[in-house]
Design a protein around this ligand. Sequence first.
Ligand code: NAD
Ligand code: COI
Length: 330
Amino acid sequence: MKLASFGTRVDEAPFLKAWAERTGNDMQIFTETLNEETVDKMAAGTQGITCLQTVPYSAELFKKMAAKGAKFLSIRNVGLDNIDLAGAQAAGVRVSNVPAYSPSAIAEFAVTLTMHLARNLGQVEQHLRDNDYNGAMHYMGKEIGQSTVGVVGTGRIGREAIRIFKGFGAEVIAYDPFPAKDSDIDYVELDELLKRSDFIDLHVPGLPQNTHMINADSFAKMKDGVIIVNTARGNLIDTKALLDGLRSGKVAGAGIDTFEYEEQDLLNLEKHGNFNDPVWDEMMKMPNVVLSPHIAYFTATAVHNMVEFSLENLTGFINDGVAKNEVKYD
Ligand code: NAD
Ligand code: COI
């Protein structure tokens, strides 16, 4: 089989090469993202493409892919928001994604941020960096096992986060408009979750209707001293309202892996330097805020699975005409 990989990160290349060697397939590896120009680099006879990028896949790209004979696009991540699916359908290109490469990777990261904030480690570290050992000793923490944790979104990642928080002995309450059937999850309405939770953890897709689902009104309903963690999508929180909450002390801490104004070409951030954003800069200075550059997914297990599951989908399309995770066009 002749395949091509675009948007290949250095951490993925060894997994792609190992797969090609193991299976005896021919794989061209490009670091560039896939677009109307870079698609021309692909060798004649390439049957399918595996790709990871957050920039758009356009209708024009799909036309060019199809004209070159590559009828399958297998993305290595979950999100479909940057794919012109109507364009893919019109060009006769079939698409697959990897809906669950490692939900634990993201859930564990959310719990890590929660624990860091619960024990005020940012403030402690700042005092120590300033040689103020005494000042570092005055931050009394909160125990997760003695707290109420509100998990918003109980899909693959949210359910894994609930399992871990319950392991600490926390009281976990959850909100999801589509509750998981036959689960022992304690569902409540969103308002009740906002009122009762010491920690709030978001695992909801960034659909347009979820934009700013956490806003000034939501913060007003929360407990004083609430801690909020977002490893899902940046648009879920109205960041200006969060900043007001942090400035006033209403919000005791925030863990933000997915920042509202993150770069669209997220995985190539080194090309852009930094966010160059005043809100990011202000939050960076706050020791009770942990910011990370959308890396909750980034573990060896997840990267391995993103590559392997994507290639399983691609070879399924080519060999059997069926991919386990084919994306429906509607
Ligand atoms: P999933 O589709 O399995 O679950 C999402 C859940 O959210 C569903 O149960 C859905 O009913 C629920 N939901 C939708 N709208 C809601 C709302 N307004 N309020 C409450 N619940 C709502 O998805 P998942 O695999 O659990 O992933 C969740 C999100 O995590 C993804 O959509 C993605 O945005 C994000 N993610 C982030 C990273 C990262 O590296 N930071 C990596 C992978 C996924
Ligand atoms: C996803 O898979 O949806 C992510 O958020 C991570 C990806 C952009 C690498």
